[in-house]
Each structure stands twice: as structure tokens, then as C-alpha cells.
Ligand binder design. Structure first.
Ligand code: 13P
Length: 335
């Protein structure tokens, strides 16, 4: 492990108010999003869509890194240039999703465990050789009546920590993503309580597995009222609850925190990130950044519709969303 290189990469991932663009949807997830818009669900259309994203002019002004999927990292532009090369030439750091998805957890009805540890060391080495400099693993935790259980939180935290240790051994910065899902009836207070328990457990496991905190990025959910909760928290309430929860549970040594968007609209995700940075930035030990998928991509995907003639308009929409979040990191976002 080259400690200095890991720390340098982690810092670059959150430097200059830039953030990460998650474009690592698995084929089934990408196909589902295409199907909703009547875009053909084929490898060619997935490739064309990803080419649209990474060739967006000036993307590197607002985006520090992109998270790719196994299919995408092996692909080329229509002219034969590898995607990895296009990304590096744009001044963007390539990363890769390395978990193989969440599956039902045995003995824990309604809960999930993420798989992908078997053979992971060799897969990580291959991705590093291909040019990736960071990786991502997502744990999915459902918030319900009597869940998450301790068993589910501990198993997912343990997997995240073992993945993170392997990444650092190989020379990749791990993005550690424990996602508490936002769809539910829960109050903001319950989301605070559960998110804090998850993060404390994750950092315990990261310590036990000897993960170097300076060489990782945390990718948490924002603390929100559940989507179907009758009382929706205001921007300031979300900002206060999220930042206070993180201050209680995330060590100051962590280089950066980059939120997932989790199904929030682009506007809300930017406005909430903006409120956090506006109110707290000068008092925080870590950068508060973004690693959004849908909140950056959705308008572009809807404009594209799988048609070559719409590529420019889609790229402009993508760049606009990236710029909004770059502004939100500085507390300067205006909807
Ligand atoms: P969303 O921002 O769409 O939640 O995607 C981020 C991500 O990478 C989920 O793993």
C-alpha cells in the first residue's frame, strides 16, 4: 500500500468544490431506467449513453471522479478510444463499483446483505491495472417497523470494512457507502437515530479491520424524513440533523464525505447540500461533497431518449446539474 498516494487520491476526490458522478448503475438498474423512457435496453445503448456522459465538454471543471460499472470500464468511444482514456484526458479520476449487489439476508426477513468479497482481491488488482484509482461498495439498509436489526447492520458494516481494507492493500481508495433507504414513513428523528447507529458500527468495523481513515471517502445518506412521512423536514432541519449526526459518528481523520442522492430530485439534493455547507462549512473537519447518480443524470437521460440528435441538449443538462452541486459545495447554489 502506498499511503501517500491513497491520501492524495482521496483528497483530490473532494478538492476544489468538485464532487463525484455515480454512473455505475448495474445492467438491470440501467435497463430499468431506460425502459421507463422507452430507450432500448441493449449494450449498444448503454455504451452510447455512457459515451454521452464522459464526453460532456468541461465536465472536469465540476466533477473530480466518475464511478464506472464493470461493463462500462471495458468500453470504448465510437472512435475506439477507451472510456478510461477519455476520462483521464478530461482530468477526471476513474473509479469502479466492485460489489456485486445486495441480496436477501438469511434469517432477516425484509433485510439485505451486499455480496462480492469472494475473489475481490484479484478483481481489484485488475481494475487498478486498467486505470481505476478508487472503488465503491454499497450496503443497502431498509428502515421499517422493527428493522434494521443489529445483525443486518453488523454484517453489512463488516463487509464494508473488509472491502475497504482490500482496496487499500491494492492501492485503491475505498468509497464506503452504507445507504439507509429514504422511502418509508419514518420521522426525521428516527432517521437520525438509525443513521447514527449505522455509522458508529461502520467506523468500529473500519477500525477493527485496520482501514486508514485518511485514505477513504464515506458515502452516506442524508438524514431525511421518510418519503411518505406526513411531516417533511425543512432544508435547515435536514442540514442540522445530518451534520450533527455526522459530527457525532464520523472521525475527523476521514478525508471526505460525499452524499448519495438516493432518489431525491436534483433540486432538493443540491438545496440540501447547499444548506449544510452554508450553515456549517467553516466548522467541519471534512469536506461535505456529493457522489450523486440520479440527481445529476436524470434530466439528461430524459432529454436524450436514446437519440443522437439530443446528445448536446442532454450534455448541457448534465453539466448544469454538476455545476449546481459544485455551487452547493460552496453554499452558493440558487435554484
Ligand atoms: P444515487 O445518487 O442515484 O442514489 O446513486 C448513487 C449511488 O452510487 C448509489 O449507490
Amino acid at each position: 500500500m502506498n499511503v501517500d498516494e491513497l491520501i492524495d487520491t482521496a483528497r483530490k476526490m473532494v478538492a476544489d468544490s468538485k464532487g463525484l458522478l455515480a454512473m455505475d448503475e448495474s445492467n438491470p438498474t440501467c435497463n430499468k431506467r431506460f425502459a421507463k423512457l422507452d430507450i432500448p435496453q441493449t449494450i449498444d445503448f448503454r455504451r452510447a449513453y455512457r459515451e454521452l456522459i464522459i464526453t460532456t465538454p468541461s465536465l472536469g471543471e465540476y466533477i473530480s471522479g466518475v464511478i464506472l460499472y464493470d461493463e462500462t470500464i471495458r468500453q470504448q468511444k465510437q472512435d475506439g478510444t477507451s472510456f478510461i482514456q477519455v476520462i483521464i484526458d478530461a482530468g477526471i479520476i476513474p473509479g469502479i463499483k466492485v460489489d456485486i449487489g445486495a441480496t436477501d439476508m438469511a434469517g432477516h426477513s425484509g433485510e439485505k446483505i451486499t455480496e462480492g468479497l469472494d475473489g475481490l482481491r484479484d478483481r481489484l488488482k485488475e481494475y487498478l491495472q486498467m486505470g481505476a484509482r478508487f472503488a465503491k461498495w454499497r450496503a443497502v439498509i431498509v428502515l421499517g417497523d422493527r428493522i434494521p436489526s443489529r445483525g443486518c447492520i453488523e454484517a453489512n458494516a463488516h463487509s464494508l470494512a473488509r472491502y475497504a481494507a482490500l482496496c487499500q492493500e491494492v492501492g485503491l481508495v475505498p468509497i464506503v457507502e452504507p445507504e439507509l433507504l429514504m422511502d418509508g414513513e419514518n420521522t426525521l428523528e428516527r432517521c437520525v437515530e438509525v443513521t447514527e447507529e449505522i455509522l458508529r458500527t461502520v467506523f468500529n468495523q473500519l477500525y477493527t479491520q485496520r482501514v486508514m481513515l485518511e485514505g477513504m471517502i464515506l458515502k452516506p445518506n442524508m438524514v431525511l424524513s421518510g418519503l411518505t412521512c406526513s411531516k417533511q423536514a425543512s432544508l435547515d432541519e435536514v442540514a442540522d440533523a445530518t451534520v450533527n449526526c455526522l459530527l457525532r459518528s464520523v472521525p475527523a481523520a476521514v478525508s471526505g464525505i460525499a452524499f448519495l442522492s438516493g432518489g431525491q430530485s436534483g433540486e432538493l439534493a443540491s438545496a440540501r447540500l447547499n444548506a449544510m455547507n452554508l450553515r456549517f462549512k467553516s466548522r467541519l473537519p471534512w469536506a461535505l461533497s456529493f457522489s450523486f447518480g440520479r440527481a445529476i443524470q436524470q434530466p439528461a437521460l430524459e432529454l436524450w431518449q436514446g437519440k443522437e440528435a439530443n446528445v448536446l441538449a442532454a450534455q448541457q443538462a448534465l453539466l448544469h446539474q454538476a455545476k449546481c452541486n459544485w455551487a452547493a459545495r460552496q453554499g452558493e447554489y440558487k435554484s
